[in-house]
Design a protein around this ligand. Sequence first.
Ligand SMILES: Nc1ncnc2c1ncn2[C@@H]1O[C@H](COP(=O)(O)OP(=O)(O)OP(=O)(O)O)[C@@H](O)[C@H]1O
Ligand SMILES: [Mg+2]
Length: 515
Amino acid sequence: MRPGTDDVLLEATGIEKSFPGVRALDGAALQVRAGRLVALLGENGAGKSTLMNVLSGVFPPDAGTIRLGGGAPVRFARPAAAQASGIGIVHQELNLVPGLSVAENIWLGREPRAASGLIDYRRLHADTAAILARLDLKVAPTTLVGDLRVGQQQLVEIGKALSAHARVLILDEPTSSLSAHEVEVLFGVIADLKRDGVGLVYITHKFEELARICDDIVIMRDGRVVGTGPFGDFTREGIVRLMAGRETKELFVRSAAAPGDELLRADAITLPGDGLGRRFLVNRVSVVLRRGEVLGVFGLVGAGRTELLETLFGLHARRASGRVRVAGRDVHFTCPADAIAAGLAFAPEDRKRDGVVLPMSVGANASLASLDRTLRAGFTSSAGEAAHLRPYLDRFRVKTPSLEQLIVNLSGGNQQKVILAKWLATEPKILLLDEPTRGIDVNAKREIYTFIDELARAGLGLIVVSSELPEVLALADRVLVLCEGRATAEFSRAEATPERVLQAALPDRATALAS
Ligand SMILES: Nc1ncnc2c1ncn2[C@@H]1O[C@H](COP(=O)(O)OP(=O)(O)OP(=O)(O)O)[C@@H](O)[C@H]1O
Ligand SMILES: [Mg+2]
């Protein structure tokens, strides 16, 4: 026996799993040890989520063994079986029921019951309140999950996993939609779990997170493990090289911009709140965008970034106000189709909700050129449309056996790439991108930055919303900062230092209360 292996909680070896046309896992292996966090790294489509699905009983492996605590091999026929064995998972995609409350979602199928057999709501809500407090999530247990923002929903998923007191906890890109504060809370919870001897598996594309929480790493490529060991033994460059299986440069440099004519001018864009929270989601924000320019929009979660893009795209026509001009002409979009006709495209943030139609094929999804749901139904995939998309899908290295593959079967990052391809293929004049690289691996990220740069040089105007400050600073010619629905600052590329941008993004209690 190797030294230090008596604390192994879970060991998987030789795991194989194929899907039609895809060998997702090809002898993958993983060890989870008590009180340690192992980060699972790899490019989009490397097999990370598939391996986690095997470990958590979503589907059985074609071959390979899983052992718990050095015992006999186990097989999980269902997720409930893995859960009963102490394995908890927070999946990459949210699995909540929007029409049920936070409490009902957390305890779904495990609700505390009174002697009568009925659900004991008093205990349900008390137990839920305890979990919400641990996650510093300030919502009532009775709140409907559908009324929460995506980051809060992600925390509810984490709460659900915590409620089961797993010995092994798997977190598949848990921070993709969390605010900086929410990430801090999660890292605190992770530290507590480690102290309690829980073993964690953590999947991320955000390298900055690793130094904070990571003990060991496992690097996967094409369904195989290509590197493993203590985190401290690896450099960032070494990790990226192993992930890609080739030398890559991560560096991206935006070319010098020469902005041209005015493409878009929006004055005093305003979107009232829905009566639940703030009075205004977007409060008299003005935007100017020229040809060849990338306007970065930065703000904390809830600043109104997404709502600003949605409003510009005609998604809130009945509630919003403000004046919009495209290429010098007044426009009034009553729906997204109007915006598309005027040369706008919008790649939204939450791919599951807005961006992709899951039961359709990659080809059909990528050729849907409108957010308008009624328009959607009218499109079907065709060889011609697919051919038009191929260059984009190739360029972003979308990993799919064919364009006929259902998009739901692609890895999370590859779904995101299909969304981008879909909007680029509409050849817009103005492109609105909301968190374009969420869930995208480091190398594909650089490819997308380069592409954005090329589009700007070709004369497009782009508005890029991102909660990653380095991304905004790398891409933007100008940075517009939003805070609580209002524009608080605008910086040129030269003026935009991280300190200044962050400062402008933070709510200033005094002015916020006065407005
Ligand atoms: N249910 C499925 N049917 C068909 N193919 C699948 C299915 N699930 C996963 N795949 C394929 O298996 C491969 C590995 O996917 P997986 O989701 O494990 O990648 P990943 O490493 O999690 O990537 P990402 O970082 O993008 O989330 C991909 O090519 C994917 O398309
Ligand atoms: Mg994944």
